[in-house]
Design a protein around this ligand. Sequence first.
Ligand code: DC
Length: 214
Amino acid sequence: MKHVITIDGPSGSGKGTIAKLLARKLGYSYLDTGALYRAVAWQTDQHKIDIENEKALDDMLKKIHITFENEQILVDGQDISSEIRTAEISELSSRVSAKPSVRSALFDIQRKLCLQGRVVIEGRDTGTTICPESENKFYLDASVEERARRRFKELKINNPEMTMDKTIDDIRSRDLRDSSRESSPLRKTDDMIYVDSTGMEIDYVVTHIFDRLK
Ligand code: DC
């Protein structure tokens, strides 16, 4: 699997921006796996589904139709790209992503893209579970404060009531949940190249990763 680049890391580490730019530079496609979990969270919110109700969650997972079109994400044909970028959906997506039924429902769509190759795929388990055979695995990190600063900038556009302190708290609780869940937790393995992007310019990080590709 030579043409698959995986980038895992916590929220706000810059994975999305870096993966997109790297894909553009290489002429590869790009998959934001977090958007899939956000789409599922959005759907549970729309239909007022209690995520602890396994039967209701399973029924919804059987019916949901998620597609990508020009870097936009669609659920049953509706573009929800900006609606999934709220603090509420961030929190809900982290909770639904701990459910094994959700992870297995989203596995095939991710695995299929990974097998097609020529793709940069980013998330929490892309190098461990989705494309473990990839020869180019990265773990992107940054300090909690810097990650919160980046998230806050995005969040306050749609959430004027958001504060920096609340953003830091949200990030900390998401980090804990995403890395301590039983099913495919976020973790750095020995075959991943660790990149700390704290204080680094985006272009520098892209070049840094590009130069390390096998
Ligand atoms: O990367 P993000 O913040 O958009 O991801 C939203 C949530 O989805 C995150 O809190 C955890 C979950 N997620 C996951 O469990 N596995 C992935 N590969 C990607 C995201």
